[in-house]
Ligand binder design. Structure first.
Ligand code: SF4
Ligand code: SF4
Length: 438
């Protein structure tokens, strides 16, 4: 048995104290709203509105482009101003629907008028699909697809990823404390889709208050337990989490369902609860706005489509000019060069740092210390993989299991030579994945 952890990993400075004690506050969007049609893995959604059309809050504005896709909903009432390309977090220009917010919040009808208790399994899945729910931890995989494995009878464990192992992020922590009943209900809905499945709320042991609260909430629910995981990065990575909770291993060619597991993050499970019990589509999420360059770091409930710059304004602005701005956490996030990009279903955090820790070091030659090997949770040899990636040696990269990398960044973090190992490996992986797609 794994002992609720995994091999390798690191203990970076977690920076969570900046925002963890402050309750979530809601931001009301001010300017125009921008909705990319691709906020998920899979086919982009197809716009079903036209320029000049009035839309309501919670109205579908782009329908799913296939089974592995997700619809997009307007999070405000207003008028469609344009359908055009806009810059998004990835830096790419993407098709977006632009809505002029009228500030009235006139609501569309809920997705369903049926009570959860009266719904069949198929109806529950249909509501989750209709609601446009995707993995809100960052992956963006459509949740209805995850919950529809080929062999549902083989699923025996539904895990909620409550680890929140990325430094600085505290949105899941706040949600666990502020909405535990919705979290538990969402997990009950998900376990209810698989006969005999148990539910596990897997929380890192640096959140004892969440562990105690959730244990209290599930004490009378026989098939749901709370598991305390060792605090270690990347504990919340899907493969590491499954291993820690069940002792089962999966590789890059497998899905969690192949190991009898379904894994969803906290916000996603709460979105499932909101959709099934209240007919609410996915229109908002929690975003941690933090870092030493921000005046008042905290968590905000933000509507999708809101401009990132509005989040900084709501957090009191900058105390100093940030040297680095990241969408997401410091280990796996994406550097931002323009703050005028929209919040999407997968925007977890906005991290603003006064010092760019990566740029201040010049990489030097490998000293063969082996530290990158010690910390790699995928049991790889990052120094060699990075060499193969940098020399574009695809054959060797694949032969030494480069595709098994989970892109956690632990190797770069510990490297005394400051080699950008994870970055090189990530670039090569992306290329290989794109080739496979073709
Ligand atoms: S090689 Fe990949 S999985 Fe291993 S430590 Fe580096 S980034 Fe993480
Ligand atoms: S941690 Fe850096 S210096 Fe040490 S073996 Fe790996 S690449 Fe080389």
């Amino acid at each position: 048995m794994a002992g609720f952890t995994f091999r390798g990993g690191i203990h970076p400075y977690d920076g969570k104290a900046l925002s963890r004690e402050k309750a979530i506050t809601e931001i009301m969007p001010k300017g125009e709203m921008v909705y990319p049609v691709s906020q998920h893995i899979g086919a982009p959604a197809k716009p079903i509105v036209q320029k000049g059309q009035r839309v309501l809050m919670g109205e579908c504005i782009a329908e799913a482009g296939g089974f592995v896709s997700a619809p997009v909903y307007s999070s405000v009432s207003g008028t469609v101003k344009a359908i055009e390309k806009r810059r998004t977090v990835s830096g790419d220009m993407t098709d977006c629907i632009i809505i002029e917010n009228d500030g009235l919040d006139e609501k569309a009808a809920p997705l369903t008028a049926r009570k959860y208790e009266e719904m069949s399994r198929g109806e529950v899945l249909e509501v989750i699909q209709k609601a446009g729910i995707v993995g809100m931890g960052g992956a963006g995989f459509p949740t209805h697809v995850k919950l529809s494995p080929k062999a549902p009878e083989k699923i025996d464990t539904v895990i909620v990823n409550c680890a929140e192992c990325e430094p600085y992020l505290t949105s899941d922590y706040r949600k666990m404390l502020e909405e535990p009943d919705r979290l538990v209900k969402g997990l009950q809905i998900e376990t209810g889709l698989f006969a005999g499945a148990r539910g596990v709320l897997a929380v890192e042991d640096n959140k004892p208050d969440c562990i105690a609260l959730l244990k209290e909430k599930v004490k009378d629910i026989p098939n749901i337990t709370v598991v305390a995981l060792k605090t270690k990065y990347p504990q919340g990575s899907e493969r590491q989490l499954i291993y820690a909770v069940t002792g089962r291993e999966i590789n890059a060619a497998m899905l969690p369902a192949d190991a009898g597991c379904i894994v969803n993050n906290v916000d996603t499970v709460i979105a499932v609860c909101n959709a099934v019990t209240e007919g609410e589509p996915l229109m908002h999420r929690i975003v941690t706005v933090t870092g030493d360059a921000v005046k008042d770091p905290r968590n905000f409930k933000v509507r999708t489509g809101t401009d990132y710059a509005e989040l900084i304004e709501a957090a009191g602005g900058f105390v100093t000019e940030p040297a680095k701005i990241i969408s997401g956490g410091p280990m796996m996030g994406i550097s931002l060069f323009d703050l005028h990009v929209p919040v999407t279903k997968i925007s977890s955090a906005l991290l603003c740092m006064s010092v760019d820790e990566v740029a201040k070091w010049e990489p030097s030659a490998c000293i063969n210390c082996g530290r990158c090997v010690e910390v790699c949770p995928s049991r790889l040899v990052p120094s060699h993989l990075a060499d193969h990636a940098e020399h574009f040696n695809e054959e060797e990269f694949l032969r030494y299991y480069g595709m098994e990398c989970v892109e956690c960044g632990s190797c770069s973090y510990v490297c005394p030579a400051k080699r950008q190992l994870a970055q090189s490996i990530r670039t090569m992986r992306k290329l290989q994945l794109a080739k496979r797609k073709k």
